[in-house]
Structures are given as C-alpha cells and as structure tokens.
Design a protein around this ligand. Structure first.
Ligand code: SF4
Length: 66
C-alpha cells in the first residue's frame, strides 16, 4: 500500500496529520509532505485509510495494490 498527495490540491488543513503524523508528515508551511508513492508500513493500513479519508479536499490518494 502506498500514499500520494496532489500538492496542487492540498490546502494545509492538517487533518491527515492529526490522524497520524508519521504517515502524513507536513512541511514547514503546513502542507502535506507525503510526496508520491510513500510506502505504508505493515499494520498501518487502517490508519492510512483513515488519514486519506480525513482530507477535506481529497488531496490524498491511496494505492491499495502497490
Ligand atoms: S488533510 Fe488534505 S489538505 Fe490537509 S494537509 Fe492533509 S493532504 Fe493537505
């Protein structure tokens, strides 16, 4: 499982970070620093789903197969 962020969509709401600061790091301005195809460690899949679902502007994408 991998997470990606579309930084052209992210509005620095930080809701992903609130769910899990390790899976969803922010940059110094509060925007997502997840990047592209960030691996989700084993056992943290549900946290990843919750964090992606928490984004109010749907900036995060989850690739379940990768
Ligand atoms: S919740 Fe969405 S808008 Fe907020 S920092 Fe995370 S990716 Fe960006």
């Amino acid at each position: 499982m991998r997470i990606s962020v579309d930084n052209s969509v992210c509005e620095a709401h930080s809701q992903c970070y609130v769910v899990d600061p390790d899976l969803f790091p922010l940059d110094d301005d509060g925007y997502s620093a997840v990047g592209t195809n960030r691996p989700v460690p084993p056992g943290e899949e549900e946290q990843a789903r919750l964090g992606v679902a928490a984004c109010p502007v749907a900036a995060l994408r989850l690739d379940e197969e990768a």
